[in-house]
Design a protein around this ligand. Structure first.
Ligand code: PMP
Length: 362
């Protein structure tokens, strides 16, 4: 359709075709206003309603309780690695980080620049084939927060159950699995996610924060790095990434039309089962990287034993129209990202490609 490939990119990644088409249709002249969304003032009534619409849809689709604020921030998930300790790690206090992958490590390294941080779990360097059981985490009751990465994009692991941290706020980087399944937001003090996987284009990062934490945040920091600034100005303190916010709203509307987070979870399970089954039924030809009980519903990682065969696999896959499946340079191997907008049909075609490839090269 439209010459589009099977796009398994890890992010930015494929978006729903109907969303792209609607945005294309509205691009030059948005709703008869004689201008594009990207030409519109961020203080205008139409843009304000675009922003409110995106916020309202997130609230509805993620069942965000009233005591949480939703913010739109630039700088990607990576800026959150800095903003979190800057806002919450007061001098003389500590925070803990579960080190479950490269992005968790990055968050930890940034926090180390600003305060006293410990790791709550740490896999053998470079392995990261599982996430810890919630009760294996080593954090302190006096920590200002515990930071986790709900889905480890590079290694293909995902938390299935979150730690019950009581009075210690749980902070989660959900960049690569937000809105892939229903979520109990009340377990978390703060959730953040760069939009460019499940939510839309890059340029906007969604932050969902419990209001009492906003009150406790450090107030002696630069405005643009303070969560309070975004909360007090409805994410309009300065010019937000207007086009990204608009597209976020369109993707959210698509998710809603499809049936919401429950439906996404159901489809993701069906999609990933096709590929995990091809791994599990390959008698070791395809070797899953993640331990089965930590397997991600968003990024499927595996290796093929002989390097040459793996190279051939990647090459033939690309020739067959499967794009973006080479593993991250840190992990190697194969990685297939199956975000919300990736179709069942794409996963079915890829799973069949795996089966056929194995028959040919086994
Ligand atoms: N966290 C996770 C889990 C990610 O997958 C990524 C990007 N792949 C990042 C953080 C970094 O995001 P950004 O490029 O938006 O800073």
């Amino acid at each position: 359709s439209q010459g589009r490939v099977y796009n398994f990119n890890a992010g930015p990644s494929t978006l729903p075709l109907p969303v792209l088409q609607k945005v294309q249709e509205e691009f030059v002249n948005f709703k008869g206003m004689g201008m594009s969304v990207i030409e519109m003032s961020h203080r205008s009534a139409p843009f304000e309603s675009i922003l409110e619409n995106a916020k309202a849809l997130l609230k509805e689709l993620l069942a965000i309780p009233d005591d949480y604020e939703t913010l739109f921030i630039q700088g990607g998930a990576s800026l959150q690695f800095t903003m979190i300790p800057m806002n919450f790690l007061q001098p003389g206090k500590t925070a803990s980080y579960a080190l479950t992958g490269q992005w968790a490590e990055r968050a930890y390294v940034e926090a180390q620049l600003l305060g006293d941080v410990n790791y709550a779990s740490c896999a053998r360097k470079g392995s990261y084939s599982r996430v810890p059981a919630p009760d294996q985490l080593n954090y302190r009751a006096s920590d200002e927060y515990l930071h986790i990465t709900s889905n480890n994009t590079i290694y293909g692991t995902q938390w299935k159950e979150f730690p019950q941290t009581g009075n210690v706020p749980l902070i989660a980087d959900m960049s690569s699995d937000i809105l892939s399944q229903p979520l109990d937001i009340s377990q978390f003090g703060l959730i953040y996610a760069g939009a460019q996987k499940n939510l839309g284009p890059s340029g906007v990062t969604v932050v969902i924060i419990r209001k009492d934490l906003l009150q406790q945040a450090n107030s002696n920091i630069p405005s643009m790095l303070s969560y309070r600034t975004y909360a007090e100005h409805n994410s309009l303190f300065n010019t937000p990434p207007t086009f990204a916010v608009y597209m976020l709203g369109e993707v959210l509307q698509w998710v809603k039309d499809q049936g919401g987070a429950h439906e996404m979870a159901k489809r993701n399970e069906q999609k990933t089962a096709l590929i995990y089954d091809a791994i599990d039924q390959s008698e070791g030809f395809f070797q899953g990287r993640a331990e089965p009980n930590s397997r991600s519903q968003m990024n499927i990682t595996f290796n093929i034993e002989y390097e040459q065969t793996q190279k051939t696999f990647l090459l033939e896959a690309e020739q067959a129209g499967f794009i973006g499946i080479a593993g991250h340079r840190l992990a190697g191997g194969v990685r297939v990202s199956t975000y919300n907008a990736v179709s069942y049909e794409a996963c079915q075609a890829f799973s069949q490609f795996m089966i056929d490839f194995r028959r040919k090269y086994h």
